[in-house]
Design a protein. Structure first.
Length: 255
């Protein structure tokens, strides 16, 4: 009986030890698995962060290049205005001094502006208080109402810019407008200056389509470069990186 009791106790101890060992193994395995999953998740987040930093860095760099190019165009238009507006003041003063009539002064100014040479895509547009073209690079546009051209907010470009120019002396705007001698709209960049004595708004206009095209080319080059590196990334051995655009289309996928 004693021997039987010892065997029972021994067997009970062995069962307890087995249960304890099984519990330890179970929880240890679970902890190891959770630690591995956590490490993999951190690795994925780190890779995702690095990819985001790479894309953001490249995009911001190109965006700054575009901003610098636009600022250069802005300064160019300001320099053009600094040369032209004093001429208008001179003819206005001559008409006030009686050296010529106001009508003659305006005519001479418009003839002089028409004779100026511009780089392709640049021109001077003048419109009056009724928003009709007084000076325009296309003769058939002269005298026409320009209020039909709208900005991205749905406002008439000429009305909105005239209001701003009257309030601040001048105003800058980027807007869509018909191209010269074509009916298709292109992106324009304009400096609008108010010449109150004659109730004119003088717009110094240039195109920035080339800047936008260059931005698109650089974006395509960036995607091409990313397509050579991103597909090589593996996450946790068998995971991949996909990149989607704002429309949900895949632009970079694994090999």
């Amino acid at each position: 009986m004693f021997r039987s009791l010892k065997m029972k106790i021994f067997f009970l101890i062995m069962v307890i030890l087995a249960l304890v060992a099984a519990s330890i193994l179970f929880f240890a395995k679970r902890d190891v698995e959770m630690a591995m999953i956590g490490a993999e998740e951190r690795s994925v987040r780190n890779i995702q962060h690095l990819v985001e930093l790479t894309i953001n860095g490249r995009y911001i760099s190109r965006l700054k290049q575009k901003q610098r190019a636009v600022e250069e165009r802005k300064r160019h238009l300001e320099m053009r205005a600094a040369l032209v507006m004093p001429v208008l003041d001179t003819f206005r003063a001559m008409s006030e001094q009686g050296l010529m009539s106001g009508v003659e002064a305006r005519r001479k100014v418009l003839e002089w502006i028409k004779s100026l040479e511009f780089v392709p895509g640049e021109y001077i547009m003048i419109y009056d208080g009724e928003f009709r073209a007084v000076a325009y690079p296309e003769a058939d546009m002269l005298g026409k109402d320009l209020t039909s051209f709208k900005d991205i907010k749905g406002r008439s470009v000429v009305q909105a810019m005239r209001e701003e120019a009257m309030s601040y002396g001048q105003a800058f705007a980027t807007y869509r407008w018909k191209g010269v001698d074509v009916n298709t709209a292109v992106t324009k960049y304009g400096l609008f200056v108010q010449f109150e004595d004659w109730d004119w708004t003088v717009a110094f206009v240039g195109e920035i389509e080339d800047i936008e095209r260059e931005m698109e080319l650089q974006l395509a080059e960036m995607i091409q470069v990313l397509n050579q590196s991103i597909p090589q990334i593996r996450l946790a051995g068998s995971g991949y990186v996909f990149i989607f655009d704002d429309k949900g289309d895949v632009i970079i996928r694994p090999e």
